[in-house]
Design a protein around this ligand. Structure first.
Ligand code: APR
Length: 232
């Protein structure tokens, strides 16, 4: 049965109240990404970086999934083949919306990573420069999110899924960050049908067979209905 791979970005969580990065008023217009989303920024000013992620962790914990997250969970449940959700998002709204399996290629706000020994654990709500690693006891906790210049997680598994997919959908992502922006090309090489769903055309829109523009909470449930009814 046809395997579907879905890539999501910040746009799918926008209507849940979580900011996107590159839109007007996006997160990177308020906080330079070099300061808060690079290993060099963390080395320069760990207090600032912890404060940035602590605030996002609190905000994400209070957010509710929207109709787009719920529709993808429904697709995962009702589609006769495999539905793989790969997200660049560090929130847990796919899971909160009922998704069974989600690949977090950029890590999660819920995770802590020891910069000294590599141990991973459940992040406390507030982390700071004194937060000890439960494995090595050194005060080297950092958010378990993938920063610019770092390798995204689970890439082998993601490329395997893309090589075997029949349908690829990108939802709510600007197509400006690689390697995720190039997944559509892997899917095309696998012979998949490709669809972009976004508020506006992404940087890689011309690679897609089909486009649907509008708010995710409207266009994603509509697409899922069509797929499940055999109309897409
Ligand atoms: N519905 C659908 N799409 C939306 C909505 C919405 N309600 N609101 C905004 N969008 C679209 C925007 O038009 C934009 O194209 O979502 C996209 C968000 O793009 P970015 O802010 O660049 O977010 P994303 O593509 O997820 O960023 C990728 O960059 O900085 C990093 O690590 C961070 O994972 C992130 C990565």
């Amino acid at each position: 049965m046809e395997k579907i791979v879905i890539l999501t970005g910040a746009g799918i969580s926008a209507e849940s109240g979580l900011g996107t990065f590159r839109d007007k008023d996006g997160i990177w217009t308020k906080y330079p990404l070099e300061d808060v989303a690079t290993p060099e920024g963390f080395a320069r000013d760990p207090v600032l970086v912890h404060a940035f992620y602590n605030a996002r962790r609190v905000q994400a914990a209070a957010a509710q999934p929207n109709a787009a997250h719920q529709a993808l969970a429904r697709l995962q449940r009702d589609w006769p083949g495999e539905v793989v959700i790969v997200t660049q998002n560090v929130d847990a709204l796919h899971e909160a919306g009922g998704a069974r399996e989600v690949i977090h290629m950029h890590g999660t706000l819920a995770g802590a990573l020891c910069a000294a020994c590599g141990h991973r654990w459940q992040a406390p709500e507030v982390m700071n420069t004194q937060t000890p690693c439960p494995a090595c006891a050194r005060p080297a906790a950092r958010p378990d999110v993938v920063w610019f210049g770092e390798m995204p997680y689970f890439m082998d598994a993601i490329y395997d899924h893309l090589a075997g997919c029949s349908v690829f959908a990108a939802i709510g992502t600007s197509g400006q960050v690689y390697p995720a922006a190039a997944f559509v090309h892997e899917a095309i090489a696998a012979g998949a049908r490709t669809v972009e769903m976004n508020l506006e055309p992404s940087a890689v829109v011309s690679s897609f067979d089909e486009t649907r523009f509008g708010p995710a909470s409207r266009i994603v449930p509509d697409w899922v209905d069509r797929l499940l009814e055999g109309r897409a």
